[in-house]
Design a binder for this molecule. Sequence first.
Ligand code: 2HG
Ligand code: ZN
Length: 468
Amino acid sequence: MDLLGTLRGILAPGDLITGEACEPYLTDHRRLYRGRALAVALPRSVEEVSRVVVACNTARVGVVPHGGNTSYCGGATPDESGAQLVLALARLNRIRSVDPENYSLIAEAGCVLARVQEAAETAGRHFPLSLGSQGSCQIGGNLSTNAGGVHVLRYGMMRDLVLGLEVVLADGRVLPGLTALRKDNTGYDIRGLFLGAEGTLGVITAASLKLFPQLKSAATAFVAVPSPAAAVTLLARLREASGDLVSSFELIPRIAVELTTRHIPGVSDPLEAAHPWYVLCELGSARAAEPLEALLTEALGAALEAGLIEDAVVARSERERAALWKIRETIPESQRHEGPGLKHDISVPVSALPQFVARGAEWVAAHVPGARLIAYGHVGDGNLHFNLQARPAEGAALLARGEEVRRALHDLAAALGGSFSAEHGIGRLKVAELERYAPATELALMHAVKRALDPNGIMNPGKVLRSG
Ligand code: 2HG
Ligand code: ZN
């Protein structure tokens, strides 16, 4: 029997899509790639995933795991051959269990991140991974790309939030690792291999996740700062002053305020005058009685006197808080409205961040004078989205210089001890970058692991590592 026939025998009617209906699975979120697919499989159980993978392994057909399709690097899009199977996890979407006393829950890969957060809240707990795309991204994709977001400085990345994984291997075996243990020193960190592997070593089907005490109080401020260096110093001071209660600390340049107020309905500049840089910072505590607003106001007052900040507004209500967050969260969308641009997801040690911004901005001004720099992001993690935006009518010219710009900025990050991919992963977009910047020994180990776990090269071929 041919592969499609075998797959029809495994999946329920309607769970194998072919032809036109595959369309939504063939283009990535940024529209960088447009692939074709043999079919899209939507299994409903781990057993079905396993049988589908066995069938593909036998037929030597590539399997492309697909979650909420919010990848920035084309990690979930099939290639142009039309020979690969898209394996969408959307129907494997149960919260299997919640254990409030163990501060953990088990979610299947297709659960949308917001649903995992809700399940935790319903149980009086908190799941802290938080991203702009949380209403559509799926936890399997978050795990596979080791997602970051706006709470990393307090809770870590996705990798830090995992207790255990269930994974379907390339030969169909199921790795039963859904432990809820916080301590388990029993050999190699096998599950760690699948976090950040982007489906190239196996398909994550479920995860046991860490929960935290629910946040009962928060204080949020939008702060004007003269420079990224002042932002870094402010962060260090706020961490000290609050006893490490800073849960978000996001850098926003003036141009991002201009773009969001121009393109996004309901966004307005919360401060009277224009300032070169801003920080959106938030303190959070599990204690309802924590005087966070007073603490933040006092710390900002001291910073103002020290010349570290130029102005600030502290949110007085949930509505004001949401309005401040909207500025930050809609920066990527406002960039899309503005036209084509180049994106970079770099990280350096937090203390080197001001130097990266200064040297990077200098390079851009000297070499790409027409482009506007929109450098924003997660200062607390040393992670900036160092994006370049074309002026209207100059989009094609800027995109044509993508390789040169990428090289300069990624070389600069490397020179400062940084990374060319802080939180967006490798996917298909950054395979060559990984080859260039990863130490040779590390790359060789990655290939060895890939050969050991996926000898036929069927798992998300061409993503993370070059295939063949
Ligand atoms: C964010 O922090 C996302 O908003 C997207 O990681 C970054 O669009 C970008 O460059
Ligand atoms: Zn980000």
